[in-house]
Design a protein around this ligand. Structure first.
Ligand code: NI
Length: 136
């Protein structure tokens, strides 16, 4: 690894919490924990640049009694067969369904899919996890 050493000032209580948390997570040293934290931060925020191939996991919770919601969600997903790899549906209770949609493609396309699904009437909650292989 071609590494640069840097000096960073952090509030003591923040560093104490970070060390305690990453220690519990199993990190043997602080540098490794900070490297992973920085990578994670960059991956989460690079959606703003909206470039590069990524894996996106979209979660939706919706009320299947809400008129036509299942059909609209299915129709929408058929427009993105290039990106959508698979989906998992499960019934949370007598009203609510959860759908987990695994996508692969340009980050901006994944975000577009998430936004369109979220905007469907009857969808109560949604989330998007962006991940992928990063070279940094
Ligand atoms: Ni269901």
């Amino acid at each position: 690894m071609n590494a640069s050493r840097i000096g960073v000032s952090l509030p003591k209580n923040l560093l104490d919490k970070f060390d305690s948390m990453t220690g519990d997570m199993g990190y043997a040293n602080r540098s490794e924990a900070i490297r992973d934290a920085v990578r994670d931060y960059m991956l989460r925020n690079e959606l703003r640049e909206e470039t590069g191939e990524r894996i996106g996991i979209i979660t939706l919770i919706y009320d299947h009694h809400s008129h036509g919601v299942s059909d609209v969600l299915t129709d929408l997903q058929h427009h993105y067969t290039g990106e959508i790899q698979t989906s998992i549906h499960f019934h949370l209770d007598s009203h609510n369904c959860m759908e987990l949609i695994i996508t692969k493609g340009e980050a901006k396309r994944i975000k577009e899919i998430k936004d369109k699904l979220t905007a469907v009437a009857g969808v109560k909650q949604s989330d998007l996890i962006i991940t992928g292989i990063v070279e940094y």
